[in-house]
Design a protein around this ligand. Structure first.
Ligand SMILES: [Zn+2]
Length: 276
């Protein structure tokens, strides 16, 4: 298999990181969005995709529609599936029956999947989307013969609980493959350069993951997430990291630590159809 990669694509006024070869060769579309090109006002400017941060739901739904259009999946707007993220350890499977939960920010739509920080699916035409401002976004894909995808939200609690590794095990089991066959994309998140934590928390991580958890005395969540994937058998060469610090790049991404009240960018994955 060719080496997975992330590149920035600009389309219809929006920008996102994606792996175009993955879409071309395996019919799986993934995206980590940037914050430009939306209609939300400050402090949510401008492509805020989250319904829970105090932004106008009408603006959020318009932003989600623009995103779907930019990704060329506008026909799947009502199947977009989101979850209520709680910094917990719950991983849920999205079936055809649960597709579309939380698709709309407006209050009369079906609510998102409750209390969940990772979604896994093998269902085609069912975009799964999680939301971030500093926490680590992880997209996992199984390229076949049975295709599958997972999106994980790993803040420090999720990283410490190896949520990405656990989601990899779940995805491999649902897709009927080995974890060594999975590809993992680690999107933009707060880097060790901007992530000071107290000594007690840092030592918790070093105890669990070794010294790779710390970079210059600060917590390196991306290294921890990569290690949690490696521990369950995902080869390091199958793990692609965006290598962007959200707190440093608030022009392109949202950062809770740098901005306080702000919007959320997303990680999204969808298995396209028909395929081969
Ligand atoms: Zn930084």
């Amino acid at each position: 298999m060719r080496a997975p990669s992330l590149t920035c694509v600009h389309r219809e006024g929006l920008s996102f990181l994606t792996d175009q070869a993955l879409e071309r060769e395996h019919g799986i579309l993934i995206a980590f969005t940037q914050r430009g090109g939306g209609c939300s006002r400050a402090p949510y400017g401008s492509l805020n995709l989250a319904a829970h941060v105090g932004d106008d739901p009408v603006a959020v739904d318009e932003n989600r529609a623009r995103l779907m259009q930019s990704l060329d999946i506008e026909g799947l707007r009502s199947r977009l599936t989101t979850c209520e993220q709680v910094h917990g350890r719950t991983i849920r499977f999205v079936s055809g029956a649960t597709a579309g939960l939380g698709a709309f920010a407006r209050h009369d739509g079906p609510p998102p999947v409750p209390g969940t920080d990772a979604l896994v699916t093998v269902e085609t035409l069912t975009p799964i989307m999680l939301l971030y401002a500093d926490c680590v976004p992880v997209v996992l894909v199984a390229t076949g013969p049975r295709r599958g995808a997972a999106v994980v939200h790993a803040g420090w609690r999720g990283a410490l609980a190896s949520l990405a590794g656990k989601a990899a095990l779940k995805l491999a089991s649902e897709a009927g493959c080995e974890t060594r066959d999975l590809i993992a994309y680690v999107g933009p998140h707060i880097g060790p350069c901007h992530y000071e934590v107290d000594a007690e928390r840092l030592s918790q991580f070093i105890e669990a993951f070794g010294t790779i958890a710390a970079a210059q005395g600060r917590l390196d969540l991306g290294a921890v997430v990569s290690e949690s994937l490696s521990e369950v058998g995902v080869p390091l060469e199958n793990v692609v990291r965006a290598g962007v610090c959200t707190a440093e790049r608030t022009d392109e991404f949202y950062s809770y630590r740098a901005e306080g009240v702000t919007g959320r960018h997303c990680a999204l994955a969808v298995i396209l159809e028909p395929w081969r």
